[in-house]
Design a binder for this molecule. Sequence first.
Ligand code: ADP
Length: 174
Amino acid sequence: MRITVVQGDITEQDVDAIVNAANSTLLGGGGVDGAIHAAAGPKLLRECRELREAEYPDGLPTGQAAVTPAGKLPADHVIHTVGPNRHAGQTDPALLASCFRESLNRAVQVGDQTVAFPAVGAGAYGWDAEEVARVARSVLGEAHDGWSDLDEVRFVLHDAGTTEVFRNVFEYEG
Ligand code: ADP
């Protein structure tokens, strides 16, 4: 599995799956969630509504992940995961680790081999980008069924500062 770190817009990535830092409603929000829905078009929101009604009537729990088609995006799937909200007292990094782990498990389940992640939790949910990168790196060091089928895990960071933080954690310390 190749691990890459790039600065860019996750909605433009030509990968099998992009991960959305969603909220538990699955009905869209700000940050990367808003950007993904804006770029994917209304079909994604319809898919999210159906998923919510069928499987998560009370919302997608923190630390879990669920897959939909990707609407107009170049990717095939969007993997929605709900990071822990530090501002709501969810400060356990194990919940953040679960987001990365469960997203990769979902990707493998639907046969995706290239997966792009944003810095889940590092925006509105208040996590320090360096902690997010360290948690992600630690999860990628785990071994799970099917993960050897993954070809590339790409971290796509929106701004130069976060990109630098991820580069340092993955390339200089990793
Ligand atoms: P959370 O609520 O999980 O913290 P946010 O969407 O608020 O999620 O922020 C997560 C990260 O996504 C932040 O670092 C933010 O800068 C970044 N981000 C926002 N838009 C994009 C985008 N189009 N592509 C990649 N990353 C993005």
